[in-house]
Design a binder for this molecule. Structure first.
Ligand code: PFF
Length: 504
């Protein structure tokens, strides 16, 4: 079906933008951004967030788009053209995201599928978590084991949903990009917008919603002096914009020659930010409602990550009664599924593009093998210790992997590879030279500001790591699982970069 010598191309720039925004908007926007805002000074957090966006996020997105577009290749192919010795840097992120981050990301989408079905069924048969949503999530649904090493049996409902998620991913990526990812995002993204706006407007009408919105956005300027607040803003920008994943490089490589890269980077990053900001109203209105119903403060009910989506949110649904809670819950978990899928297909596409560029395999066969290996890798996260593994792998790959890739990319393009040529490319491809102000903003950012701030953040995180092993887990688990995953994927990247290019 696919002749492997032709590189795919987007049908339209609109299709490309939908796919890039689809990759950026994901689970992280819905449950992570709003929580970070609340924790780090409410509206005041928007300051570090926008600073991180303008000095690191957008410049790096421009860099990744420009790299893929100029070199017409996926991450390894593009970096190999920068210098043979840098090919591993292209392989590493596509491998650690494809065989790390997305393994558990798909399992979380699987949890969302389960909760969506349970919320829907509760319209007529009541919520299974009505008594205690926390105990239901940890003890009944995940059946969480006592330690990281006691994997126990597989949770069959999670396993079934994870199979479904991998099959959907496979069925989309197995086609050429314009018929696969692009066509899927043309359905996913408008649907996501519709679902999100429904959630936001519905949630805002609930009693107590304003109390929640106040907790979300009321600014506390004093927190801005805290290092952690800035670390959180930079981390969120990386994960949310899918930077350092190798995805944006591959996506830009499918663009035609004449495009305005800077405009595309601005649209993608602002759409992602706007989505996070708006989705926060839905999350916090519900928290405000719940706080009012149980006579607590919003601060007292809010938690982070999975706890927010799978414990607190479900509890709020039960307070609304079966019909309203069931319907709102179905929409909420469906929104998470759609947002998650449009992100997970992007990394499968990025890995596929990389392997196609190098080995010229038939796409359908490659995607089938990749998704099958991915599914087998997801199994550990479907076990009873899955949540522990997820937490550790996420901490290391997200916390260090993505930013390290971003840092080296900046140093490489800013200093080693002729930075001027890349800047000229931005002008040539848009048909007119870029303005002096934009050029110096980009130069300064890529050469000094972005690498400097990324270095500081990685350094602070590492220092913290040594003084307190992550999450109170046994040191052995942190070193073996977290460190092991980082090292193994790194070795795999070096190994792949030493293999021969098929058609050169
Ligand atoms: N940008 C996504 C988010 O904010 O949720 C992160 C992501 C995860 C992108 C996994 C792609 C991916 F495969």
């Amino acid at each position: 079906m696919n002749d492997s010598n032709d590189r795919s191309q987007w049908k339209s720039s609109y299709g490309f933008l939908l796919a890039a925004v689809g990759s950026a908007v994901g689970l992280g926007n819905i449950w992570r951004f709003s929580f970070l805002c609340h924790k780090n000074g409410g509206g005041a957090f928007l300051i570090p967030y926008f600073v991180a966006l303008f000095i690191v996020g957008i410049p790096l997105l421009v860099l990744e788009f420009a790299l893929g577009h100029k070199k017409q290749g996926s991450a390894p192919a593009a970096l190999e053209k920068v210098g043979k010795e840098w090919e591993w840097l292209g392989w590493w992120p596509v491998i650690f995201v494809m065989f790390g981050i997305v393994l558990y990301y798909n399992v979380i989408i699987g949890w969302c599928v389960n909760y969506m079905v349970m919320a829907f069924r509760s319209i007529w048969s009541g919520f299974p978590w009505a008594e205690d949503s926390q105990s239901f999530f940890y003890n009944d649904f995940l059946a969480l084991s006592d330690t990281v090493w006691s994997l126990g049996s597989l949770r069959w409902q999670i396993l079934l949903a994870t199979i479904l998620v991998w099959v959907v991913n496979w069925s989309i990526c197995f086609r050429h990009v314009e018929k696969g990812v692009e066509a899927a995002c043309k359905i996913f993204m408008p649907l996501l917008l519709l679902l999100t706006l429904t959630l936001v407007f519905w949630s805002l009408t609930l009693p107590g919603a304003m109390q929640g919105v106040k907790a979300y956005l009321y600014p506390d300027w004093t927190l801005l002096s805290k290092k952690q607040v800035w670390q959180d803003a930079f981390g969120q920008i990386f994960f949310s914009l899918s930077l350092g994943f190798g995805i944006m490089i591959a996506y830009a490589s499918y663009l035609p020659r004449k495009v305005n890269i800077i405009r595309y980077a601005l649209i993608t990053s602002l759409a992602d930010t706007l989505y996070s900001f708006v989705a926060g109203f839905a999350v916090f209105s519900i928290l405000g409602y719940m706080a009012q119903e149980i006579g607590a403060t919003v601060h007292g009910v809010v938690t982070e990550g999975p706890g927010l989506a799978f414990v607190v949110y479900p509890k709020a649904l039960t307070l609304m009664g079966n019909l309203t809670g069931g319907l709102l819950g179905t929409i909420f978990f469906l929104t998470l599924c759609v947002a998650g899928l449009s992100s997970s297909i992007s990394i499968i596409e990025a890995f596929t593009a990389a392997a196609l560029d190098k080995f010229k395999i038939v796409r359908a066969r490659l995607v089938t093998i990749t998704c099958s290996i991915g599914f087998v890798g997801s199994l550990v996260f479907c076990s009873r210790a899955g949540l522990f593994w997820l937490d550790i792998v996420d901490h290391f790959l997200n916390g260090y992997g993505l930013m390290t890739v971003g840092l080296v990319e900046c140093l490489l393009v800013g200093w080693y590879y002729e930075h001027g040529r890349m800047r000229d490319h931005l002008g040539q491809s848009s048909g007119k030279p870029i303005g002096a102000l934009v050029a110096s903003w980009w130069d300064w950012s890529i050469k000094f500001i972005a690498p400097g701030s990324l270095f500081l953040i990685i350094f602070w995180s590492l220092r913290g790591e040594i003084s307190h092993p992550y999450g109170g887990y046994p040191v052995s688990a942190v070193v073996i699982i977290g460190g092991g995953w980082v090292l193994l994927t790194h070795f795999a990247a070096v190994f792949f970069s030493h293999l021969k290019w098929k058609l050169r």
